[in-house]
Every structure is written in structure tokens, then in C-alpha cells.
Design a protein around this ligand. Sequence first.
Ligand code: ADP
Length: 301
Amino acid sequence: MLSVRGLTKKYGDTEVVCGVDLAVRRGECFGLLGPNGAGKTTTLRLLLGLVEPDAGSIDLAGLPVPARAREARMKIGVVPQMDNLDPDFTVRENLLAYGRYFGLDRAAITARVPALLEFAGLAHKADAQIAQLSGGMKRRLTLARALVHDPEILFLDEPTTGLDPQARHLIWQGLRRLIGAGKTIVLTTHFMDEAERLADRLVILDHGRVITEGAPRALIEAHIEPAVVEVYGEGLEAWTRDHAGVVCARSETVGETLFCYTADADRVIDALKLAPALRYIHRPSNLEDVFLKLTGRDLRD
Ligand code: ADP
């Protein structure tokens, strides 16, 4: 559904996307991850034909972009980072107006509206003004609106940023329904749990380059020991000095916490009994551990 070779984009003298290759199969949920400034949004804008690349090729749903971007955009749905619903229209009118933008006739859109409202969980809000919706409802409506012309691919830019946990779960549920129905999804996110839940495959971008690529579980297995014990509290320095090198396969101090990566968490926990003032959290390693190992822990902005 999407094939990208050698994609490159410069702003001034700075290359912000540097020779990116991507391939997304039909029916796949593909994640584009990276720290702030990594080039995710620029990549997404290039894929949509909104920005001209300096080099490289993009084939989106069988069409070259940017040359035939307008036609390609008819086959895709976009959920932008910021909700851009029309505040002068009701929920239903927003769907109708957006459908007309794609050249659908009124009868065709009107027939689709009930299913879209049901999908968004907004059937009871069909005639509400946008200002009356919660943040989660606005996101769900933006998602439903992106489906108005039944696109083959859906692009989502940080779909759950700013939402509370309940609202995030509802969006994930909706996205899983779409994945189950065979839609292809390309999503950027900086929530690792979101990527781990939804993405079949993902790339991590940093400084405009793909630094790793794979299924979330495969990336965790390839890059990180299976368990993490996060240790903090009084006496951490002495315990780290005397024990960490012996019982942790790899460890890293970040602020006042020691991250102890290991295949044998029991051994770490036994050694922690020697320092009862220390507190710890034992958990399976996750995509965030991979992300931080590969992109570092320094703040990017
Ligand atoms: P991300 O979405 O991963 O946070 P972006 O694609 O927004 O990253 O930005 C990548 C880099 O490109 C950043 O250094 C950003 O400042 C720069 N950049 C993005 N858009 C522009 C622009 N229109 N003009 C100049 N620099 C830009």
C-alpha cells in the first residue's frame, strides 16, 4: 500500500529526513516512532504529498506522490494531530461537509452517516455543536470524518495525545475495529504503549533516519533483556556500587532511579533484600526500554 525509497527532505542546509525507506503492506498497522524533532511529521507530510521531497520516491496506494498526490489523497483518510473540525457545524454536518469535499453526493454520504456516528459512539450527539463535545468525542469525530469516503489507508498523527485514559482506550478500540476490517493504518505516536498495542510493525526514526524496524515484540526481544527492575531510594549509590554489576546484565542510572536489565529478576530482588530501605518495581521490559536505549534519554526540546 505504501512504498518509500530514499526519501530525503532538507530545510535550508539541514536534512530533516535523510534517505528513509519504508514499506507498508495492505491491512497492516504501521507505527512511525521517534523523539521530538526526529522527522515524523515531515515524513507524514511528504507521504501525503503536502511537502515536496528533495530526493526519493513514494508510491501510495499504487500512485506516485507527489506527482499524483491529489488522486492518492482520495484513497486515504487523515487524522491530523490537532482537531480541525468546523465549529460552525453540528457533528452530523461536519461529516456531510467533509464527504462533499471528497466529491461524494449527498445521498451517498447521508447513507453512511449513521454507521460513522455509531463507530464514533456519537449517535446521541448527532445534532450537537462541536463546542459541546469533550476532547475524546472530538477525536472520535475526527476519526469518523476521516472514514467518510471509505479510504483504503488511514494516516493518524498522534491520535491520542492530550486524551485521558478512558478516551484513549475508546480510540484504540475504534482503531482495532478498523484493523480487524482490513484497513491499512499508518500512525505516528510518542506513546510506546500505544505502538505496542496497535502496531504490527514499526520503525523508530531519529535525526531523520530509520534506526530500527520490526514487530514490537521482536524489537523488545532483540534489544532488551526480558525483565527490568527499577530501583530507587536511600542507599542506592552503595547498592549500585556493590551489587549492580554482579546481578544486572546491564544497568543505567537515570536521575534517582537505577534501571537494572536482566534475564534473572529473582537474583536482583534477592540482592535487594540486603538493602531494605530501597524500593523497587519489577516489570517485563517494553518498547519504551527499546526506544530509550536506541534514542537516548536526553530531552530533545
Ligand atoms: P517530529 O514530528 O518527529 O517531532 P518534525 O518532522 O516536526 O519532527 O521536525 C523535524 C525537524 O525539521 C525539526 O528539527 C524541525 O525543526 C524541522 N522542521 C520541520 N518543519 C520545518 C519547516 N517548515 N521549516 C524548517 N524546519 C522545519
